[in-house]
Design a protein around this ligand. Structure first.
Ligand code: ARG
Length: 442
């Protein structure tokens, strides 16, 4: 029973929040004359001593005391005697654990936001440096149209911005303090729930005592936010793996984030990026674990809910590590601008620019222009040359009205420079977007 029942092996991580919650509770009990000022002072002193013991690694956690709440309370009794028994007046472990865990998750959300911001900062640095670095843009992983590398990186800045807005939403939604709900029905003592809510940094006490001890939405919000973020990181990690391969050679990851092979001396494996890609599975698993643990639980508290913590702790450690690794990889990566540029010399990436020119200069309907451009691509393909290598006669053989002005739109430089629509890839727009994102996010 002890082995299946105890949570101290993992919930010791809540020690700071548990002590913070108890201090606020004891102060409120004294302010409401539910316990004496002397007892409250003794409780506070004892809790501070325990805080120091745990911080210094001197505290002895005991499995037979089941969880962090009873470990702290038992030690308090050793330190201050019978007054310790008054701390649990008008409180239950049900509202206590909900409060501790919510406080912990709120702190974790703040840390997550900081980590996301750091990664955005690293991406913005590289985006600014590479606002006019040309690379092929892809759809279906086929060469599509030229874009700038800065523009591509800014796509991730936006994704992370949405992740941060989910973090902010989660924080807003977790602003109700469960403390004072007691076991589930509320308390017969004249407690002041607004006092403890404010002391712990919450906006208000939770409105319904049954909901307060049953609710783990704040943990689900954390994990759902983390799962979406992890999917973003894995898409980026996958691009780093592709880009750092010899076939692409778009970036060179620093030695610190690659490993050699025990047999092939030339290898530079992008292990850190691959691990970020794989750890996504863990985080999605953490979300599933908690969704499934909560599914079908009757109100109010059931012991199943003790299983809420490990997935959140695991996700938090994993996300912190993955974000730190990505931030350093982005900051350190060397961009191979020549091979990015060279990669645009394949695949007729300006075929759309040619069609657009036919529309704008000759007034051709886009569908027909698409067809004409396609015929010219076929011709270039047959000869094994680029569109701009075709002669004016060859252009005219396909459509008589084409003139020499067409050559001006066939280079990748002209193509990206022309994409000046809002949110587009032209270097001028990208520089603007970097400045705007810096104001919005940093
Ligand atoms: N260790 C428990 C948990 O983490 C604390 C709450 C216990 N409450 C109870 N009624 N047994 O959920």
């Amino acid at each position: 029973m002890q082995r299946i029942n105890a949570s101290i092996g993992f919930d010791r991580k809540l020690w700071r929040e548990d002590i913070e919650g108890s201090k606020a509770h004891a102060a409120m009990l004294a302010a409401q004359d539910i316990i004496s000022a002397d007892d409250a002072a003794a409780i506070r002193g004892g809790l501070e001593a325990i805080e120091a013991e745990i911080a210094d690694g001197r505290f002895v956690f005991k499995t037979e005391l089941e969880d962090i709440h009873m470990n702290v309370e038992a030690r308090l009794a050793e330190l201050i005697g019978p007054a310790a028994g008054r701390l649990h007046t008008a409180r239950s472990r049900n509202d206590q654990v909900a409060t501790d865990f919510k406080l912990w998750v709120r702190n974790a959300l703040v840390r997550l936001d900081n980590d996301l911001k750091a990664l955005q900062g690293a991406l913005l640095n590289q985006a600014e440096r590479h606002a006019s670095t040309i690379m092929p843009g892809f759809t279906h992983l086929q060469l599509a149209q030229p874009v700038t590398f800065g523009h591509h990186l800014l796509a991730y800045v936006e994704m992370l911005g949405r992740d941060r807005s989910r973090v902010a939403d989660a924080l807003k939604r977790s602003d109700d303090c469960p403390l004072g709900a007691a076991a589930l029905a509320g308390s017969p003592y004249p407690i002041d729930r607004r006092n403890t809510a404010a002391a712990l940094g919450f906006a208000r006490p939770s409105a319904n005592s049954i909901d307060a001890v049953s609710d783990r939405d704040f943990a689900l919000d954390y994990l759902a936010t983390g799962a979406i973020l992890a999917v973003h990181l894995s898409r980026f990690a996958e691009e780093l793996v592709l880009w750092s391969s010899d076939q692409f050679a778009f970036v060179r990851l620093s030695d610190g984030f690659t490993t050699g092979s025990s047999i092939m001396p030339q290898k530079r494996n992008p292990d850190a990026a691959e691990l970020v890609r794989a750890k996504t599975g863990r985080i999605i698993g953490d979300l599933n674990t908690l969704l499934i643990a909560l599914k079908g639980l009757p109100l109010a508290y059931s012991k199943d809910m003790q299983e809420d913590k490990e997935p959140v702790f695991d996700a938090e450690e994993t996300l912190a590590l993955a974000l730190a690794a990505m931030t350093c990889m982005v900051a350190d990566m060397k961009v191979n601008t020549d091979s990015m540029r060279r990669a645009t010399d394949r695949g007729y990436v300006t075929a759309t620019d040619l069609a657009d020119w036919l529309v704008r200069t000759l007034g051709m309907p886009f569908r027909e222009a698409h067809h004409v451009s396609g015929s010219l691509v076929k011709q270039a393909e047959t000869r094994g040359v680029q569109l701009y290598d075709l002669s004016l006669d060859e252009f005219r053989a396909v459509h008589a009205a084409i003139d020499e002005r067409v050559f001006a739109v066939l280079t990748v430089e002209a193509s990206v420079a022309s994409r000046t629509s809002e949110g587009g890839t032209s270097p001028a727009r990208v520089r603007e977007a970097v400045a705007a994102a810096t104001t919005r996010f940093l």
